[in-house]
Write a new protein. Sequence first.
Length: 461
Amino acid sequence: MSGKDLIYKKNTAWQKDGDVDKIYDFAQGYKKFLDACKTERLSVDYTVELLRKAGFKELEEGGDKVYQVFKSKSVAFAVLGKNPLVEGANVIASHIDSPRVDLKQNPFFESDDVCMAKTHYYGGIKKYQWFSTPLALHGVVIKSDGTKVKIDIGEESNDPVFVIPDLLPHLARKVQYAKKLPDAFDANKMNLVFSSMPAFGDDKKELSSRFKLRALQILNEKYGIKEKDFLSAELSLVPAGQARDAGIDASMILAYGQDDRVCSYCGLRALLDTQKSAKTTICYFADKEEIGSDGNTGAKSAFFKNFLQELLRLKGEDFGSYSLAKTLGNTQIISADVTAALNPNYPEVHDKQNATILGSGVEISKFGGGGGKYSSSDAGSEFVAKLTRIFDKNKVAWQMGSLGKVDEGGGGTIAKFLAALGADVVDCGTGLFGMHSLYELSSKVDVYNTYLAYSGFLREC
């Protein structure tokens, strides 16, 4: 055996000229997904639309291609295989929430002749990035009669956008520059400028809140809602605008929310494009990953287990607790989540020998967490080796990687919660520059190989 075969070396995934057109074509569909899916609710709606077009039915309707939406913010879908489900399924599990800024439940106040809106950030963000950038507003408002009103403002070219104004540098010396970065940008000052026009009419000139009133009048005229309706609303602010090609060669994608919609989209496409196999194949899109996977729509919830139990019932198998436990123990899961690619501007935070390289293919992380592998599932060698054999067989460009240097920081995924159910689980996804930034950067060749990896896993694992 030659030395070349003995030594492991990462190589660029841009190796096959014939694949370039496929890679760029795949990116077009992915960008449409990013533009349409800026919140978890929008992601569920768009996913269901694609599933219905592909012949999937709601689980209650039956059939061998089914899906189930849970609380409008999580969804699971499956193609039933020939083998008994109790022998295990192949699962791609990702999350569809992303870091953002939410409106508070009682958001509106008037200050200095401007109507403002209070916010609360969601997930791990660098607060300063959210100042002085165009923001779109998405979500739902539930009216007092129970009617649900969808709000989508800021994505169309003729829509207004919103902004959290930053302080000008001329006056920032004491308030910002003299402080440490986490303290310089106070979350309680991340108030949105909502409007600046007062309510009209002589009878309103003396009102103390006529600027706020005008904003509420517009909302009532357009959506039929009033201020009290916001108390139960879910409204999120995200960067306005479309996903864009990046680089002089258009080899990359710059967009909000690629963590983790890149893996969600690749999993969705992989399942839609995979022919029916012997084993049941499943995609699970979870909510709340960015805040610890808690709540009834997060990966800690009962939804995924309940979905499996319903599939057992649908296939005519025993669906009691023992059979469910056995099914989970035989199931293999890719925790499909992004990782940090080695940033050339900050190489000191990475272990270069074990870092993910942009453009070198999909990444496998045997473990995540931080410090001494704390808060991580640490996948078994047998499952990792099985996965890499499948990737090699399917000519997938893949690499082993880790998030950063030991004790530099760390991060987790939903892998540990799924592994706690007894399944074999490993993290596998796309490397990004600027993860959790307003605009994250991915390589099209990595995105495409993520899709190829998930397709091979669903077919053959």
